[in-house]
Design a protein around this ligand. Structure first.
Ligand SMILES: [Cu+2]
Length: 150
């Protein structure tokens, strides 16, 4: 093999190595960007400091909390837990906590919890309800009142 051939060969080898590391870099960049985009979707939204937290449990016999008191303009976190299993034929063990006027819609999976933080803007009484199980919204046990004070 001539000197020239050898030089050519090592140049080609170097180019191959560069291509491979570029490929690895691109794969890492894409994986990183994907993780950055996808992972936050699975994490709960950060709770603002100082939010009041209220726990609400949903079962086939209704909400455990029928009245919630809150302050207007102060963030409120509602953490909804479904105590039912997925074997419930009506609703599959899910429960909901919805307030139409405030755009709140939490759906807890069977034997799981979900939460949302919102700020009631003005004093008043807001009805909350579950519409995914046992008679849905019309079921009086799956309703409650959020009383917002000034
Ligand atoms: Cu329910």
């Amino acid at each position: 093999m001539s000197h020239r051939d050898r030089r050519e060969q090592s140049r080609r080898r170097r180019r191959g190595r560069w291509k491979r590391s570029a490929y690895v870099l691109i794969v890492l960049a894409v994986a990183g960007a994907t993780a950055w985009l996808v992972v936050p979707g699975f994490l709960p939204a950060p709770r603002p400091a100082g939010a009041d937290v209220v726990e609400v449990e949903g079962t086939m016999s209704g909400f455990t909390t029928k009245v919630i008191r809150a302050k207007a303009g102060r963030p409120l976190t509602v953490r909804l837990t479904s105590l039912d299993t997925r074997f419930h034929t009506d609703g599959g063990g899910k429960h909901q906590f919805a307030i139409d006027g405030l755009g709140v819609n939490i759906i807890a999976p069977p034997q799981g919890s979900r939460e949302a933080t919102f700020t009631p803007p003005a004093p008043g009484v807001y009805e909350y309800y579950c519409d995914v199980c046992c008679g849905g919204r019309a079921n009086p046990t799956m309703q409650g009142k959020l009383i917002v004070e000034a």
